[in-house]
Design a protein around this ligand. Structure first.
Ligand code: ADP
Ligand code: 5GP
Length: 201
């Protein structure tokens, strides 16, 4: 059975990663599944435990991280966020593609552990538009928005370590570009040597 591909998406908060992921998952033909992260942050209005995140306490999160059941974890905005190892590895072993929507620190840890992971960085068309999106989402207060825009500077400094950069200006074009990246990755020579090997026999 051919291994699935691990896709990792990051980008400044408010860029539209969640929106892009939701669009990507609407179409089942890419055999793509979103990994549900565990976090110690408080649940927000509209979020569902076990669907948006698995919510836990900082103490329990630290226990989980220490017991080695996280593929990666990081602290963002004072809260813990981590990717569960078992469910991701099981899906990849079943040949399913897995999408992680995680921050830059986590993405770079994944790339270190899984050289085969495909890292996609999403950028907003401008800082003004990023602020507008954060404000229009209405989830963070002014201080938190400024903090997220400041964090974007560190994130953008690391974008060159990713395999792909896509601009989320027009949503439909951005989603189409990412679908094209995902499709092309399935045809990488190193993932398809079986087809040439069997002809040599
Ligand atoms: P992230 O997950 O990166 O923090 P969200 O998906 O929550 O970002 O998007 C932030 C806000 O921007 C939301 O209100 C969303 O509807 C809006 N948004 C996302 N993509 C676009 C786009 N291409 N054009 C305009 N607004 C967008
Ligand atoms: P939010 O609190 O807005 O849901 O997420 C804040 C940040 O945490 C986002 O950049 C998001 O991508 C990141 N994040 C979500 N889950 C994980 C995870 O499992 N690991 C890491 N490293 N970051 C995550």
């Amino acid at each position: 059975m051919k291994q699935g591909i691990l896709f990792v998406m990051s980008g400044p908060s408010g860029t539209g990663k969640g929106t892009v992921c939701a669009e990507l998952l609407k179409n089942k033909d890419n055999n793509l599944f979103l990994s549900i992260s565990t976090t110690s942050r408080n649940i927000r209005a509209g979020e569902i435990d076990g669907v948006t995140y698995n919510y836990t306490t900082p103490e329990k999160f630290r226990e989980m991280a220490e017991s080695g059941c996280m593929l990666e974890w990081a602290v963002y905005g004072g809260n813990y966020y981590g990717t569960p190892k078992k469910s991701v590895l099981e899906r990849l072993d079943r040949g399913e593609n897995v999408l992680l929507e995680i921050d830059v620190q986590g993405a770079l840890k994944v790339k270190k552990a899984f050289d085969d992971a495909v890292l996609i960085f999403i950028v907003p068309p401008s800082t003004e538009e990023l602020r507008r999106r954060l404000e229009s989402r209405g989830r963070e207060n002014e201080d938190q928005i400024n903090e997220r825009i400041k964090a974007a500077e560190f994130e953008l400094d690391n974008a060159d370590k990713y395999d792909y950069i896509a601009v989320n200006d027009d949503l439909a074009s951005c989603v189409e570009s990412i679908r094209a990246i995902m499709k092309a990755e399935q045809f990488r020579a190193r993932r398809n040597t079986e087809f040439t090997e069997r002809l040599k026999k």
